[in-house]
Design a binder for this molecule. Sequence first.
Ligand code: PBG
Length: 296
Amino acid sequence: YPLFLHAHDGKIPITSMPGCFRHDCKSLFEEIEAARQVGVNAVVLFPAIDDNLKTAEAEEAWNPNGLIPQTIKALKDKWPDLVVLTDVALDPYSSAGHDGLVDENGYVINDETVEALCKQALCQAAAGADIISPSDMMDGRVGAIRSALDQDSYTNVGILSYTAKYASAFYGPFREALDSAPRGGTKESYQMDPANSREALRELELDISEGADMVMVKPAGPYLDIIRRFREQTELPVAAYQVSGEYAMLKAASANGWLDEKKVVLESLTAIRRAGADMILTYFARQVGEWLNTSA
Ligand code: PBG
């Protein structure tokens, strides 16, 4: 269940994602409590970071007293059995708004970025994260994060790799929620071309050889063919991320009375499952838990 949080008081609604919020500590705990009641026991945390903490080097990403590590600790103290997944990428922390460090032309610098991502992953593991999810799409980061974790004896921390993450326009509402849109340039130099499906299989081969425990396709609904090809190509668990724009579409049409919300949401998730996903990250997680736990 993907959740947004910030370091301030107040639960702030996200305009393009009705029913989703930037949570403060209190509302985050309430949301997770409610989700657990209906059987949703795994959360992915995404931070909205204050502008004055954003830098070119994104150092806040591995501050042990930062929002994410502190929240992970508090969550694991309260619910040791809660599965906590973290996002590894620099965009919420970077003044440029890119997933990696960028050069003077705004182009990501792969290898320096991978070093920074390892620091971020170690910081999250030290705080108690169960599963680290690199969403940045740099080359070689899965292998580098795996050895960094193993060297620091976090051998039991898993890696869910965003293996095939497309340069998609469906991430718009998420960037609004976190105020994390790139300040210049695009993400097309590291995220994948929506027209290319074979590249996803090369990314899959690399992530498997680098030691990913689970592989993810993102977005989900518009990329069912990629999910299916992953399912046929690997015995690893395949995850799919129904992203913010997919959520926004279903919500908006339902709010207008143009679609039956419950039916289309369940159908969209069934389709992702049918394509071959073992796991789905969706903003509908709690809602679906509620629907499936009541007979009406
Ligand atoms: C960035 C990140 C993004 C999402 C998850 N991690 C956005 C992006 O790449 O710009 C998008 C998720 C969504 O749209 O729900 N590291």
